[in-house]
Design a protein around this ligand. Structure first.
Ligand code: ATP
Length: 338
């Protein structure tokens, strides 16, 4: 993609204060407060049904909260119509009009926002230039590849000059290789434009790779907010430790003592990442190998230690023994919330 530095602009901050949205008995969003700094890439990460999309739709204005408020910059937009908000949404299925050309799709949002006809053509070309699709302006959108359609959706969002871009799992319809490439392009475009981005995903790797900050959500609540490194290295709860980083969670006090030499406090659990369980011939802890998969650089094992199953990832030669001696090289004590 080309460098549109002449037109660079910064996004606005977004603030959610005590926001709730219930559907019948379902607390889709349960008293959430978030501070999203201007120009940052902020992800909402969590399993299906945890309230990510509803939160995003509340920011866009497609959904109204039952209580609480939404601020964009200094403005309280809680009761402002979606079309009047400085936001643009990029959807999982792109939501492109199949009977239109690439250019007409990008132009649509400008028409809705009542931009004058003379200005529209140059705004469309400028938006397409940002995603390297200028040459496709008159091409029927259905003849583009999945990745190009995704970029058309991005151009349509950028064209209305929003201050905040909202992404709802925008890469999930792409194959793995294209997803990785588009991820890099998205990050670089976001960096150049400096727009505030709120990105919904259930894919921890995507969130880690793209985000300045991540809010991990569960059952309509925000469990922890932090940088990718912060969340990965210092998860506060067993849910975050296992969802982000795939840690083993140990709640058996005697096993915790055997592994760490420390007593387990009430309400806590021990989190041990797969790569922190290692083969250690000097250790008295014997683990039974349940499964092993040689993957080249690493071998993935499933082992059983005093009745608890562990995932283990080792760069050592693990041989084909059915029992191995193990110890841990690192661990965290976290709040047990499962
Ligand atoms: P997914 O990744 O599957 O999209 P999500 O984390 O984005 O999940 P939401 O789509 O926000 O979660 O849904 C949160 C909860 O609210 C779910 O239990 C869902 O079924 C429910 N829900 C969402 N929208 C509605 C609606 N319009 N009517 C009724 N229930 C809804």
């Amino acid at each position: 993609m080309q460098d549109p530095s002449v037109h660079d602009r910064r996004g606005a901050s977004v603030r959610l204060v005590d926001v709730s949205r219930h559907f019948g008995d379902v607390k889709a969003v349960d008293n959430i407060s978030l501070e999203i700094p201007a120009g940052s890439f902020f992800s909402l990460l969590g399993p299906s049904g945890c309230g990510k999309t509803t939160t995003l739709r509340i920011v866009s204005g497609f959904e109204s909260p039952d209580s609480g408020s939404v601020l964009i910059g200094d403005e309280d937009v809680t009761s402002l119509d979606a079309r009047k908000r400085p936001t643009a949404m990029v959807f999982q299925n792109y939501a492109l009009f199949p009977h239109m050309t690439v250019g007409e799709n990008v132009e649509y949002g400008l028409k809705v926002r009542k931009m004058r006809t003379q200005e529209r053509r140059s705004a469309v070309l400028e938006a397409l230039r940002r995603v390297d699709l200028e040459a496709f302006v008159d091409t029927p959108v259905t003849s583009l590849s999945g990745g190009q359609q995704q970029r058309t959706a991005l151009a349509r969002a950028v064209a209305i000059e929003p201050e905040v871009i909202l992404f709802d799992e925008p890469l999930s319809n792409l194959d793995v290789a294209l997803r990785m490439q588009t991820r890099l392009e998205l990050k670089s475009l976001q960096h150049r434009l400096g727009l505030t981005s709120i990105y919904v995903t259930h894919d921890q790797e995507e969130a880690l790779a793209l985000s300045d900050q991540i809010a991990v959500m569960r059952l309509g609540k925000v469990v922890q907010v932090g940088s990718p490194q912060g969340l990965y290295n210092e998860p506060s709860t067993s849910f975050v430790a296992s969802f982000l980083g795939g840690s083993n969670i140990v709640t058996d006090p005697s096993l915790v003592h055997s592994l760490t030499g420390r007593d387990l406090e009430k309400g806590k659990a021990l989190a041990v990442r797969a790569e922190h369980l290692r083969i250690d011939a000097r250790s008295d802890l014997k683990a039974r190998v349940v499964n092993r998969q040689f993957l080249g650089m690493i071998t993935e094992l499933e082992v059983e230690l005093q009745g608890t199953r562990f995932k283990m990832r080792s760069t050592d030669d693990v041989g084909d023994e059915s029992t191995i001696a193990v110890s841990i090289s690192d661990h965290r004590f976290v709040i047990h919330d499962q």
